[in-house]
Design a protein around this ligand. Structure first.
Ligand SMILES: [Fe+2]
Length: 568
């Protein structure tokens, strides 16, 4: 331990900057430092940690210079086993600048496995809040609790769902499956009540976000939410993007919500979005921050391997759309052409990622293989007659009527009798309703299922994207079960209740109709915001969906839950 001079600081910060703001192994003890060399900053957006493995963790903060015109700030960071920071395990200096929006990421190395740590950042005359993080165990883990989230939309409501997870003291880590932000303008998707509830976009960031500056400002707004800051400070996060971190329905070379004529080059926009994402989130992209290769794995002892996947940027072929197979004049559906296209070789993960995943599954000796990804993997095939429906508000009645038909067919079959042919046709002529999900990429899905079966590794799949909660079995083309899927409701984005224009009571009826009509679907919730708690032991995985009653103010209660257990 020694006193720290300004020259030392410059030396250290130069080496930190050399690795693009990420300082590693700058572990000289700085408990006894002079604050003179540190900058005056405001820790405006809390702290965060993430991508913890057995010996390293990313620590994050944002430090805005107090003085106008300052473009670089110098900080110290400290990591300790005790919250008073009397004894430091690691510490160091780090600089950041306007170049990376004054965000700071430190990849602290050579830590002990399975160890809880407290951390904070230190400036000239202030400290950040204290965060808590934990490295992963190498072995011997018998219990694990993961909280799973997706789809937090600032103008749509308060992030009470994050707050609820932070309030519990039993969560080991957070998995976020994407739509951490939304790209829309102040009058765009899910903004109807923003003014009324005090969740408007910043005046200098009220248009659809396209440039680096736009994306940065959007993260800065989202991260003012108190519930979100609390949860980031409480546990390490493991994140992966979906489409809205870039723009709606992104695929490898474009997106539904990107118009090259008026919004410029797609790849430039994507680079800006990815850069801001890496700046603002505590993740360690395996190929560095210049690469979009975000897929990566973590081993929670020998209990569970988490494989975070990208189904958006790297390989996804453009989505098919039913409208391209429907004659606008006659309404006739080009069934043969559609069938040919949907069964063709189409990428979602792509060959490189699927090959990597196969290797990861092969290597892992963990009891559970958890695939953290975005879109629903299970077959969500509904009666084909529903697909032409233009007015979604007529769907609930149609669904309930079809549920009656299916129950009649099942009853007849149980009695050993032939069901009415027309009834049978209505509930067995099925089509996927969302071609942006795995249902639009069935051939690659079968490849993944075949891999899992060949390796004898049942899949535990989690998904976000839909804003609603789903529990399905995963079955391959031969009807064999290869795993289970648990899908998390949104933090605040509106769900099916909005499109179907249904209230709570009817939502439960429609959910039951969905579960009857969709063969692999066990249960769903179509109208409540919430998250999933995965409690993992060697014996089984219990998924516990938690639902809250309000996002329009910061007052809320947990009003419902649902449990499902998977034992492979
Ligand atoms: Fe979403």
């Amino acid at each position: 331990m020694r006193n720290f001079s300004r020259r030392d600081f410059l030396k250290l910060s130069a080496s930190a900057l050399a690795v693009a703001s990420v300082s590693t192994l700058l572990s000289g003890c700085v408990s006894n430092f002079s604050r003179d060399a540190l900058s005056k900053v405001s820790f405006s957006h809390g702290v965060a940690s993430g991508d913890a493995n057995q010996q390293a963790v990313i620590l994050w903060t944002r430090a805005i210079p107090v003085q106008a015109g300052v473009t670089q700030v110098n900080l110290a960071w400290q990591l300790s086993k005790d919250p008073s920071f009397k004894q430091l395990e690691r510490s160091g200096y780090v600089s950041t600048s306007a170049e990376r929006d004054f965000t700071v990421k430190v990849d602290v190395q050579q830590l002990m496995p399975d160890q809880r740590y407290y951390y904070r950042f230190v400036a000239a005359d202030s400290d950040s809040m204290t965060g808590v993080t934990r490295t992963l165990a190498t072995a011997g883990m018998t219990e694990l609790k993961l909280a799973v989230f997706s789809c937090s939309n600032y103008p749509a409501g308060y992030f009470n769902v994050y707050r609820e997870a932070a309030r519990r003291n039993d969560v080991d880590a957070v998995i976020h499956l994407g739509d951490y932000i939304y790209e829309y303008a102040a009058d765009g998707y899910a903004t109807e009540r923003a003014v009324e509830i005090g969740r408007t976009l910043a005046t200098d960031n009220a248009s659809e976000i396209i440039t680096l500056d736009d994306y940065r400002k959007r993260y800065a707004l989202y991260r003012t939410d108190a519930g979100l800051q609390q949860l980031h400070a409480a546990v390490p996060w493991y994140l992966v993007w979906d489409d809205h971190e870039i723009t709606n329905d992104t695929w490898h070379s474009g997106a539904e919500n990107h118009q090259p004529d008026s919004e410029g080059d797609f790849f430039e926009r994507r680079s800006a979005a990815v850069r801001a994402y890496y700046e603002w989130l505590p993740i360690r992209p395996p190929m560095g921050e210049d690469s979009i290769q975000i897929y990566r794995s973590f081993n929670f002892g020998e209990l569970l391997s988490l494989h975070l996947l990208d189904t958006r940027l790297i390989a996804r072929d453009q989505q098919l759309a039913y409208k391209n197979y429907t004659d606008p004049q006659t309404g006739e559906f080009a069934a043969a052409r559609y069938k040919e296209d949907i069964s063709a070789e189409r990428n979602l993960l792509g060959k490189a990622q699927l090959g990597w995943l196969t290797g990861q599954l092969q290597q892992s000796s963990a009891k559970w293989q958890l695939l953290g990804q975005q879109v629903l993997m299970s077959k969500m095939h509904i009666p084909a007659e529903l697909l032409g429906t233009r007015d979604f508000s007529t769907l609930p009645a149609k669904l309930l009527a079809l549920e009656e038909v299916k129950l009649r067919v099942l009853r007849t079959q149980q009695q050993g009798l032939e069901p009415d042919a027309e009834d049978l046709a209505r509930v067995t002529r099925l089509m996927p309703y969302n071609l942006d999900a795995w249902d639009g990429y069935p051939r690659e899905r079968e490849q993944l299922y075949a891999t899992a079966r060949a390796l004898n590794k049942p899949l535990l799949v989690i998904a976000g994207d839909t804003h609603n909660a789903w529990h399905s079995v995963l079955t391959d083309q031969h009807g064999q079960q290869v795993g289970v899927e648990f899908a998390t409701p949104s933090v605040s984005s509106p769900g099916m209740e909005k499109y179907l224009k249904i209230e709570q009571e009817q939502a439960a009826e429609v959910a039951s109709a969905f579960s009857t009509l969709i063969n692999d679907l066990q249960w769903c919730n179509l109208h409540q915001r919430g998250f999933m708690l995965l409690s993992v032991t060697v014996q089984g995985v219990q998924c516990n969906w938690q639902f809250i009653d309000n996002i329009l103010t910061e007052d809320y209660q947990v009003v419902a839950e649902h449990k499902a257990v998977y034992q492979a």
